[in-house]
Structure formats: C-alpha cells, structure tokens
Design a protein around this ligand. Structure first.
Ligand code: NCD
Length: 299
C-alpha cells in the first residue's frame, strides 16, 4: 500500500492513524520491536530535517532499520538515472521507501515502478500526506475535534504542499472554514480552491490577517518557499510579508499556532514561549504519527 496523496486517505484511516499514534505516545515501549527485521529507505532529493529524521527515528523506535540517501547527490540520480530505474532497484534493497523530490508527481511516478510501498515525503508544491496526518493529529490533540473549525492559513499558500494536503484532510469533516491569507502572488491556485470547495468546505481568500484572527481556532503559518520562486526578486518582495508577533496573538487564549517548520521570518521567537505556540510540539508529534503510518503500512 502506497501513501502518495491526501485524496487517498479516508476518515477511517485518519481515525486509525490518530488512535494508534495516541497509543504509541502513551506507551512507546510496547512497540519497540514491531518492525524487527524490516528496512525503510529514505530517498531525499530536497533538503529535509523533520520529515527524514522523524521517519528514521520512527523506524528505529519500532525496531526496524534504515537506508538513507540525502540530497540525491550521492546516488546515481546525479548520473542521470531515472526515477523508474531507481524505484526498481530500491525494491530489492528495502521493504518500504519514503521519497522527497522537487518534481510534482514524482512520488506517483516512482510508485509505478516500485514493488514495495512508497510514501510521499513531499513532491514539489503538490502533496505531503504524512505532514497532513501529523497536523491533523496535532489539531485533534489541541482542539479535541476535527470539525467546526476556523483554520487560518497564512504565508506562501501557493507553493506550500503542507497547506493543501492538510486542507484536503480537514475538508472531509463537517463545518470547517478555511481562510487563506496571502499576497496575491502566493495565493492558493483556482484549481486547488475548486477541489476544496467541491467538498462543501467554506473557503475565503484575503490578504488581511488582522480581521480574522479573533475568530480563528488554528493559525497555520508557512514559510515563503524560496526554492519555488522563478526569481530572487519575486521572493524578496514577499518573503516577510506576514510576521506573527507576540502582541498580535497573545490575547487569543484558545488559538493554536502551528507551522510545519522550518520557520524563517514569519514567526518571531518571542512567540515561542506563549501557550498558543504548538509548532515544536507538532514536530514532536511527527514521530508518533510516522510510527503509526509505518505500522499501518509494514506491520
Ligand atoms: C515543509 C515541507 O518540506 O514542505 N516542511 C516539513 O516537511 N515539515 C515545509 C517547508 O519546507 O516550508
């Protein structure tokens, strides 16, 4: 079984993964030999800290082993090998693979030729389903529900694969409202917006953050994705368009502030100590959720 996009995830699957992740968080020791003898390959053609290390930590905490490749530079991809051939080869060396690649659709392409389960760790600006599951878990933990939520996404909505992947999962639950706050050049595409609206989710676009903050349940902040801009000057023009300060958010006691990280300009460090700031907890949750995902796929 592959995990390539949020579309393929059902509400039942979200429940299974979240419940298992809660159980793992409570009692990790019970799981420490569940994947004995299994090998996970992590194939990263784009930088990563959390996704790769949390998968590797998750696999090792389950008793499994890892084969890892960072940046693709040391593999035959740098000699021009196709994803198809790499997939055929990895199938002989590991039991599952996590792939991150700058090209949209790369994980699906890889999966076509793979004999082992493929997990998409991010394909360009398209999808990041395991981050979406981590974010869903964090929201459920912090808010106690996945419906009737006002979620404010701010920053580089256009290029952020985590925003769309999460919004797709949340759109399966009733009465959720999405507010996309971005500069025009970073706003959600019509195509993605249409996909979300078809589910019945209420979607709003704006470039003003202040008005919506008092009513928000979750503030999901994203980095301006420098590597996906066509020119440096376009990036420079918008990179610090939205900056979350302590003063802006401290008065909203029930607000949950999230960020997939890395954070660059968009949340000042003074926010980190507020009880509303959950982004480091979110990154810790990634290990429990990825342990649950690996058990679901390989267990
Ligand atoms: C994100 C990603 O790679 O899409 N990070 C992550 O996986 N936690 C967000 C980002 O790079 O800005």
């Amino acid at each position: 079984m592959n995990l390539l996009t949020s579309q393929q995830i059902t509400v039942e699957k979200i429940e299974t993964i979240c419940n298992l992740a809660f159980e793992i968080e409570r009692n990790a020791k019970n799981f420490n030999s569940r994947l004995d003898g299994k090998i996970l390959a992590t194939l990263f053609f784009e930088p990563s800290t959390r996704t790769r290390f949390s998968f590797e930590s998750a696999m090792q905490r389950l008793g499994g082993k890892i084969l890892t490749l960072e940046q693709g530079a040391s593999s035959s991809a740098s000699k021009g090998e196709t994803l198809a051939d790499t997939a055929r080869i990895m199938s002989a060396y590991a039991d599952a693979v996590v792939i991150r690649h700058p090209q949209v659709g790369s994980a699906e392409e890889f999966a076509k030729y793979s004999q082992i389960p493929v997990i998409n760790g991010g394909d360009g600006s398209n999808q990041h389903p395991t981050q979406a599951l981590t974010d869903i878990f964090t929201i459920r933990k912090e808010k106690g529900r996945l419906d009737n939520l006002k979620i404010v996404f701010v920053g580089d909505i256009k290029h952020s694969r985590t925003v769309f992947a999460l919004a797709q999962l949340l759109s399966m639950y009733p009465n959720n409202e999405f507010h996309f706050i971005a500069h025009n050049s970073c706003q959600i595409s019509d195509e993605k917006l249409e996909i979300l609206q078809k589910t019945g989710a209420k979607c709003f676009k704006s470039d003003v953050l202040d008005d919506i903050l008092p009513n928000a349940d979750v503030l999901y902040v994203t980095r301006t994705q420098k590597e996906r801009f066509s020119s440096e000057s376009e990036y420079e023009a918008v990179k610090d368009r939205y900056i979350i300060t302590k003063e802006m958010v401290e008065k909203f006691a029930d607000l949950v502030i999230m960020h997939p990280l890395p954070r660059i300009y968009e949340i000042l460090p003074e926010v980190d100590d507020l009880p509303q700031a959950k982004y480091f907890q979110q990154a810790r949750n990634a290990v429990f959720v990825r342990m649950a995902i690996l058990l679901d796929i390989l267990g």
